[in-house]
Ligand binder design. Sequence first.
Ligand code: GLC
Length: 564
Amino acid sequence: MNDLKWWQKTNVYQVYPKSFLDTTGSGMGDLNGVTEKLDYLNTLGVGAVWLTPVYPSPMVDNGYDIADFTGIDPSYGTMADMERLIAEGKRRGIRMVMDLVYNHSSDKHPWFIDSKSSRDSEHSDWYIWRDAKPDGSAPTNWRSIFGGSAWTWCEARQQYYLHTFAEAQPDLNWENPQVRQALYDAANFWLDKGVGGFRIDAIVYIKKPAEFVDGEPDSDDGMVNIHSMIANTPGILDFLHEFKEKVFQGHDIFTVAEANGIEPEDLDKWVGEKGVFDMLFEFSHMNLEFPHGELWSQATGYSPAIIPRLKQVLSASQFATAQNGWYPIFFENHDQMRCVNHYFPFTADRILAAKAVAVMLMTLRGTPFIYEGQELGLANVAWGSIENYNDISSHGQYDLALAEGKTPAEALDIVHRYSRDNARTPMQWTRGKNAGFTTGTPWLPVHEDFRQQCVETEALDEDSVLSFYRRMARLRLYGEAAGVLQQGDYTELLPEHPSIMAFKRRFGCRSVYTLINFTDRAEFYDLPELTGAKLLAETIPDSAHGSLRPWESVIYIKETGEAI
Ligand code: GLC
């Protein structure tokens, strides 16, 4: 029907394996749990699964601290389980996408253990080592992304090592060609296993500046966020082109890189034919409450004012990726709060809010990425104490909030909103014990709402969020609107409207219109071109042209008569 690549005409589902399905009673999900649910994923039109890291790891950052780039952590299963998952997925048209975490390794990786042992070790130069300042303090005032200094002292070497993230995640030295080759070899190992692509973690940090200098402090701790000092350092693209040439090129896979802070005008260097990757996760629509990388304690929280901004940044991304590359549409991942809390106030109708996001996800131009539990309409959690939180960044940001003068109650409120654990609670399968996630003790508490919001309950209810996602997946992939939704161009409508997001997709002689009301009021609009359009989907029965009820979304299709 069209000449798009396979990954441009399917849905991708992100699995956080630790929280997906436990088949052993350990309290943690595993690979066999993913294999068991492949048929479930088929009902959502999923053609690829992005697995967050399943490699051997001390789990300081839940697998993003990797101790062996070509192994499987025993808590997730064995390499044979992984091979079976890849094979069973292929039988159902679902390909596995591995997460490549190549900015850093675990401090328990044999490379780092050797590197820190002495300045003369074989891997001495595989990480980023610097001498102390003359007074013995850290080489620079950079704050790691999880809080605290980005430098940790090593007695054996009498030097500091750099870590953009946690102390247990030392940054690899990409300047060393042996390091780069070892990383490419690991990625090729997974290609040989038959994976369908890669999500590349934190890639904007791999190139470090030639000189390490102090930055202007951005908080009372006297430090500056390392992101502003090292992200997208010139020269990074040389490394990435080599990466493409040695790994991705010539394979029928897709690559999507996590790239906070790439500007639209630089997109052509990063994606598409002349660029490196197929898609970039950029975060302009995720960082609305901290647009300049502010600390959680400095973020604005929800306000209706984010809606015009959301419209604006999404449109900008749609236009930018129409010129170069392809857009990965996403509103949740394992680092973000749940989308129903993100774009809607606490008082919103949660089901309508979840469906509104489904409408955006399935009608924008790009490849939709569904994050586990999003299709059930899961919401944030709010636990009673910081001790209940597992997420390392929640602890770091809590401490920073206290240091900024917030009370413990205020700091906890901030964690409630932004904690990455919001997205990491166990997947809700059944109304039974632990939502059917485990027969043991879940590593993170199951959300208290699980009886109403779980696959078992929602699959039986035509009006549930899950049933809506399934209908939307069919709409996107098959049927009269599929060609437009996959290949059509994008035009923003009602750009000045403060509460309604509206856009048109057009391909050949068909147009599809999306309209979403982000408020608790009835909202009106004037769109003469909708005359004669046919309703394709609605989130409240009996929708009418010209107005939207609170939180309502609608999709129309229209034959325009003339092909373009
Ligand atoms: C990325 C991951 C996040 C992880 C970090 C360090 O941002 O998405 O979960 O903590 O990189 O690897």
